[in-house]
Each structure stands twice: as C-alpha cells, then as structure tokens.
Ligand binder design. Sequence first.
Ligand code: PLP
Length: 439
Amino acid sequence: MKNLKKQDPKIYNAIQAEIKRQEEGLELIPSEIAASPAVIEALGSVMTNKYSEGYPRKRYYGGQANADTIEEIAQERAKKLFGVPHVNVQPYSGSPANLAVYVATCQPGDTVLGQSLTDGGHLTHGWKASATSMFYKTIQYHVKSDGYLDLVEIEKLAKKHKPKLIWVGATAYVREFPFKELSRIADSVGAYLAADIAHIAGLVIAGAHKSPATYAHIITTTTHKTLRGPRGGMIMVTKKGLKKDPELAKKIDQAIFPRLQGGPHDHQTAAVAVALGEALKPEFKKYAFQVVKNAKALAKKLMQRGVKLVSNGTDNHMMLIDCGKGRGLFLQEALEEAGITLNKNTIPSDPSSPYYPSGVRLGVPFITVRKMKEKEMEKVGDFIADVLEEIKDFKFPAQKEDLKKEMVTFRKFIGKNKKIKEVHAEVKKLCAKFPLYKK
Ligand SMILES: Cc1ncc(COP(=O)(O)O)c(C=O)c1O
C-alpha cells in the first residue's frame, strides 16, 4: 500500500490499525471472515473503474469484453456450486438482493411471511423497521422455546394470510433450516419460497448443511460470510422456480437492473468470481466441515462451563449465548476488552429489547480460516466463560434511567479487571500462533 501510505496517511494508518486488531484478536462475529488475499486483490483492482449497466453481451456501455468475461465466469461457477439453472451476481449486497426478490414476485401491498427479527430473522424478511414492511404486508413467524422453528405456527399463518412470498433463512438461527417442510407449506398456499442462505452458503456448497436447491423457488445469499468472498449478494432461481414461473429468471434480472440498481460493481464481481473459484476446490469442503466441527466443540465447552446456549447447541457455524435480561451489551463490551469481538443479539422471546438484548451471537468462520481447530475452541470457550464469570454481578437496571450510570461503573470495572487483562494476554498469545496477515 505504498501509494496510499504516501498520499493519505490517515486512512493508511486506520487500515494498518485494523490489520493489527484482526491479527491480535479473536473475531467471532458469525457474519465475518477473512477473505483470501486473491479475493482482496481482485476487489482492489482496476475493475472498479468500469461501468457495465446491463448483463453480459447486453450492455448499455462500450468496452465490456473483460467485464463480460468476469461476470460470465462468476455466473458459471455459482450455477455449478449451487446446482441452479440461473444466477444473478449483480446485487450490491444481501439486502438489495432480498428487495429484488420482493420486486420480482410481489406487487406493493401483497402479503409476505418471514422469520421475526427478534427470533433470528433478517430485517429484510419483513421486520417493522425495514422498508419491506412499508411496501408489503409483512407477517412474522417465530421459533419455539427449544430454539427450533415453529412449523405449526408457520403453517397456520400461511393458511390464514395466504402470502405471495415466504422467506426461510435467518441471521441468528443455530439449527438446520427445514427447507422441505417450508416447501410443503409454501406449495400448499401457492406461495413462492425464497431461501436466504446468507449465513450458511459456504456450508451448503460443501454439503455441511442441507441445500434448499430442490425445495425453494429462489435462493439469495451474501457473498461474504461463510462463502468467504467480498461483500456482495447473489440471487439464484432454481429448477423448481422456473417450473412455477418460466419468467422468474427474467423477472429477477429486471428487478436488479433496471428496477433497483444501476451499474454492477465489476471489481466486486471479479472478487466474487475468485471466491467461487476457491469454493470449487477440495480445501473449501474441508474448511466448511471444520467450521461446523469447531462450532460444535465451542458450544460443548461453553455448556460444560455452565454457559446457557439458546437451543442447547448448534448445527451450523454460530451460537447464541443467553446472558440474562438485557445483559448482551455487558458481555459484548467485556469480551472486547479481552480482545474478543462478537455482537449483542436478541434471543427468542427476549425479555428485553433489540438495542439492549439478552444475548450475544458468536461464530467460528473467521477463526477457522486462521486454522484453529477443536483444541483451540476449548481455549476460546474458557476465555468467554471466564469473562462472563467476572461480570456476573452486573445486571441490567430495573429503571432505564439508571443505565448510563451503571455503564460508567461497568466500563471502569472491565477496564481495570485483572482476570480480563489475563484473558486478553492469552488471546494475543493464541492469535500469534495462528497468523492471519503476518506470515
Ligand atoms: C440472513 C441474512 N440476509 C441478508 C443479510 C443482508 O446482507 P447485507 O448486510 O450484505 O445487506 C444478512 C446480513 O447480515 C443476513 O444475515
């Protein structure tokens, strides 16, 4: 980065500090991962200079030979990996990909059924704060107290509201998605079934999670997260989708361009193509299965240490710790002090609110890419349990007005706590054994 260093030292320094933060800490946010150097090179390439409105060989600008090559390679690789007849690799990210599915399948005001955000669903699946609920009548389904999707409720809601579109997929769900059951429910009311596999796409490719390809009409995904690409999104149409509506692929493409987006980000498409190329290699399968093994090992260790997990375990790459009413923020901040990054998150039937939720969400893709295995997961579990133990006396105040004062006391406490400092030193030691950028 010699040009950047010379020209804009402020930005250069912030990036260097971020490299150090990622290198020396445990990144446990389940939607994050370290993309490969080849992916990052493609993302930082001159393809960012190009404008390519339209689709390969049907563009609105000239000079498309290389952009066409790149987009067609990305499409072919995605179709092969996911076993689908059609893919659109242009969505700027997961949220615009999901919005395009609404535009392609629904009219404004139509009814859509999706998983509640507080129970793990994504904003774009119809949560009240999302624009999707401004334009469509959105109904939300939930999980049961054991953390599994409530199929009885989903079927009841589908029969009652006759949605045009049903979402399956989530942002904080630790169990395997019942694609087959959701497909039966969607078919019984004539709805489109869209599987949003943003979190689990890498696991699906490898066979470490069931694929929705034979059950859903449409599949959306982010290209980051377990897929290990750059930030981005994709929409796939399955054989089942084309059978239900032979125009579906065309409708999806039109929804992305020209309805919702302008020119695709060609540098991003190039990086997506590279990531999909990596996903075609046998090492990717190994990595994906190791992700699940690591998550299970970490869940086991946490539970052995008395940490309460939603659904008592995990089937995928992530888990949710139930840390008591409104205490998610406390654990997030205490762990950050120890060099461990994860995010506060609601838990099913959360007694608190999305801003002060009662849980944290954590996952292992990032540390699996660093080549950590089950043995290291035991250590990570101990680090988390030790920190949780240190902050056990801090409770979410009964009166919200007392929160500011409580946070000041809490932050002072975690800033000085000896055990948290010890854990931080251990975290740094562990990370040094699994270098990320400093090879
Ligand atoms: C299930 C799911 N869908 C969609 C998205 C949206 O992706 P993006 O943040 O790229 O818009 C996310 C992101 O967390 C997600 O978890």
